[in-house]
Design a protein around this ligand. Structure first.
Ligand SMILES: Nc1ncnc2c1ncn2[C@@H]1O[C@H](COP(=O)(O)OP(=O)(O)OP(=O)(O)O)[C@@H](O)[C@H]1O
Ligand SMILES: [Mg+2]
Length: 222
């Protein structure tokens, strides 16, 4: 497994804005691994997730996923990476209010131009996340926990290899936060997705296999 072609490998990754944020980060993760990233506000957790999702550029260093150096991807390859290889879950659910739960999940299939099979998978995911009776509900009629589960289904629609979650439980109560983290653990194991979650909640972080603390631009294992 150590040489699994599906592994995530971060080498010497650095990023500065006005000041250095990430300093020569190194870590690796195997398929199905769950990694929690903790650390003070402003320590660079979101920056790290944004670099991994190629929402921002690294100043130096490399990120490999499945043997491909994603720091070098351009145009169509980058587009494919963001739409197919990575799923994002944020603190805010970013659901479209005018679309139902099912339609919101299907939004993830639009860039790929897919039709029927995507709908079947969207329904399966929503059922699996306990939302079978809410397929046609609009976000305004869903609870915060239900909205976040719709956002998770949307992130999983294209079967990503890497799920990047930035404070996904930040707006949820304790019970829903635990539910969401349990969903990530199950997805990681069942689908062999690598899950990276930035969080301030140390109790939830501790449920993940690996817990890092980011401080002074460096990662240390907790
Ligand atoms: N686009 C940007 N331009 C300039 N500075 C930025 C930008 N994005 C982040 N920063 C700075 O980089 C540092 C790290 O920010 P980041 O958002 O990654 O922290 P965080 O660990 O996610 O914090 P929080 O726990 O509050 O979400 C902060 O000092 C922030 O001000
Ligand atoms: Mg953040």
């Amino acid at each position: 497994m150590l040489n699994s072609p599906e592994r995530l490998e971060v080498k010497n990754l650095s990023k500065a804005y006005q000041l250095p944020v990430l300093k020569n980060l190194e870590f690796a993760a195997l398929p199905g691994e769950t990694i929690a990233i903790t650390g003070p506000s402003g320590s660079g957790k979101s920056t790290l997730l944004n670099l991994l999702g190629r929402l921002e550029y690294a100043d130096s260093g490399e990120i490999y996923l499945g043997g491909v150096n994603i720091t070098g991807l351009q145009k169509e390859e980058l587009y494919n990476y963001r739409n197919k290889m990575v799923g994002f879950v944020f603190q805010e659910h970013f659901l479209l209010p005018q679309c139902t739960a099912l339609e919101n999940v299907l939004l993830a299939a639009l860039p790929a131009g897919e039709g029927g099979p995507a709908e079947k998978k969207a329904v399966q995911l929503l059922n699996k996340l306990g939302l079978s009776s809410k397929l046609d509900s609009f976000p305004a009629k869903l609870s915060g926990g239900e909205r976040q589960r719709v956002a998770i289904a949307r992130a999983l629609l294209n079967s990503p290899k890497l799920l990047l979650c930035d404070e996904p439980t930040g707006n949820l109560d304790a019970a829903n936060g635990k539910l969401v983290v349990d969903i990530f653990l199950e997805i990681a194991q069942a689908e062999k997705v690598i899950v990276l979650m930035a969080t301030h909640n140390l109790e939830l972080a501790a449920k993940f296999k690996t817990v890092f603390r980011l401080a002074d631009g460096m990662l240390e294992k907790v």
